[in-house]
Design a protein around this ligand. Structure first.
Ligand code: AP5
Length: 212
């Protein structure tokens, strides 16, 4: 099964992608995580992406399209994959079609803007492995410490309130048009993001059950 998760920044795409990945044994490809890893390792791509990511802007299409092309060619994608955070613009979606990559379903996690700020301000991520938590909704067992690897939990630079606003603007102008793009192709399902992660997960898995 080849799935795309769409949604505003902080809607819970990454959280749901991780659960679906564990449920169906297919990899999640998060362009955000790939770019952040490149940034941490100081690669030329990471250095180029830094100013965009820190300010809440999108990294240029050609950079992320290149990342996806390389990643989808890897062996573990043969039985399916989840795209989390790609495509983010119409040209990226068109590039995916030009690559001949079939998509079974596009799950749009719908959360109102007012809720997004609250989720982002409480998000903490592991400095070492990138696992994501929330100070209220997804607490680690020990405060400030990653359950998975024991790393330190910090706030992402682009989760600062003013940057979140810019990311939301970018989402509405550049990414939201993808809903119509995939609705036209009869691939879009909308999952209404719930207060409790488990309730959102139940809706997400239901939206995918006929593909299993
Ligand atoms: P990226 O890392 O993809 O960020 P994003 O899309 O803004 O998404 P997030 O990871 O912030 O949120 P999410 O929806 O995954 O939410 P999460 O599950 O963590 O991209 C970062 C940057 O990289 C971009 O700004 C851009 O610069 C660049 N980039 C990446 N891809 C690109 C592309 N294709 N083209 C160009 N540039 C690109 O949840 C958020 C929080 O809420 C968590 O704390 C979580 O625990 C909590 N939460 C989740 N679900 C619930 C729930 N149901 N109830 C309560 N809390 C919940």
């Amino acid at each position: 099964m080849n799935i795309i998760f769409l949604g505003a920044p902080g809607a819970g795409k990454g959280t749901q992608a991780e659960i679906v990945s564990d449920t169906y044994g297919i990899p999640t490809i998060s362009t955000g995580n790939i770019i952040r890893a490149a940034l941490k390792n100081g690669t030329p791509m990471g250095l180029k992406a830094k100013s965009y990511i820190d300010s809440g802007a999108l990294v240029p299409d050609e950079v992320v399209i290149g990342i996806i092309k390389d990643r989808l060619a890897e062996d573990d994608c043969k039985n399916g994959f989840i795209l989390d955070g790609f495509p983010r613009t119409i040209p990226q979606a068109q590039a995916l079609e030009e690559m001949g990559v079939p998509i079974d379903r596009v799950v749009d996690i719908d959360v109102p803007d007012e809720k997004i700020a609250e989720r982002m301000s409480g998000r903490r991520v592991c400095k070492a492995c990138g696992s994501s938590y929330h100070v209220e909704y997804k607490k680690p067992k020990t405060e400030g410490v990653c359950d998975a690897c024991g790393g330190e939990l910090v706030r992402r630079v682009d989760d600062a309130p003013e940057t979140v606003l810019e990311r939301l603007n970018v989402y509405h102008s550049q990414t939201e048009p993808l809903k119509a793009f995939y609705a036209e192709r009869q691939k879009l399902v909308t999952v209404s993001g719930q207060e409790d992660v488990r309730d959102t997960t139940a809706l997400t898995l239901k939206a995918l059950e006929d593909l299993a």
